[in-house]
Design a protein. Structure first.
Length: 214
């Protein structure tokens, strides 16, 4: 059976696409047969996958990561594209209120829902109600703090508030200035040997992999 990992947050700019592509590469590097499914009309992951495919024509040593675009109006058909794969990682649009039925359907079908959140009060205000909705759809969801700085008071305050309403992953993604640079070629930080910032994404994949195989 394909393991389904849904990346969903009601707030734009939370880091869904960054986490999606890094988890795809981390899983593939572990030997999993993976596919990305992009339900976001902006097509960020789909475009990233196309750039990666084009790059692999010249540099085939980069691991293959197939990505397909799908429509939320027909989410079951989109989810069906994952058949035959070990892992499917799904990126979704931020406006969950406009697609509540489809995204809750995907959440019910998923093995885990990852909810990225930046360390701001605005993000807490947005994420907390969505976590409550997810409680009614799945018993396996986790908030991942993105662009986190443990040395700030805001980090501790936001993390504490989220812990009261959600399971918070033990791994945070720090603020990384160059995290978006490799995506222009269809790559991630994990595609480069000893790239700065690899460890948090490797640790996040280890956490997710353990959760979906419990």
């Amino acid at each position: 059976m394909t393991k389904i990992i849904l990346i969903s947050s009601p707030k734009g700019g939370s880091g869904k696409s960054v986490i999606t592509r890094h988890l795809l590469v981390a899983a593939a590097q572990q030997g999993k047969k993976v596919i990305g499914i992009d339900f976001d009309r902006q097509g960020t992951i789909d475009k990233w996958g196309r750039r990666r495919s084009a790059l692999r024509l010249k540099m085939p040593d980069f691991i293959d990561i197939p990505v397909v675009a799908a429509q939320l109006q027909d989410w079951r058909a989109g989810l069906g594209r994952s058949s035959g794969y070990d892992i499917a990682i799904i990126d979704t649009p931020p406006s969950v209120e406009d697609h509540m039925s489809a995204i809750t359907g995907l959440a019910q079908a998923a093995n885990i829902v990852i909810v990225p959140s930046a360390c701001t009060q605005d993000d807490v205000d947005s994420v907390a109600p969505w976590i409550e909705v997810l409680r009614q759809s799945t018993n396996n969801s986790a908030v991942v703090l993105n662009r986190a700085n443990r040395r700030t008071n805001s980090f501790a305050r936001v993390r504490g508030r989220l812990i009261k309403v959600a399971d918070v992953a033990p791994v945070e993604i720090p603020q990384l200035e160059d995290v978006h640079v490799p995506s222009g070629q269809g790559l991630t930080l994990l595609d480069f040997t000893k790239s700065r910032g690899q460890e948090p994404f490797e640790e996040l994949w280890a956490f997710v992999d353990r959760k979906i195989n419990q």
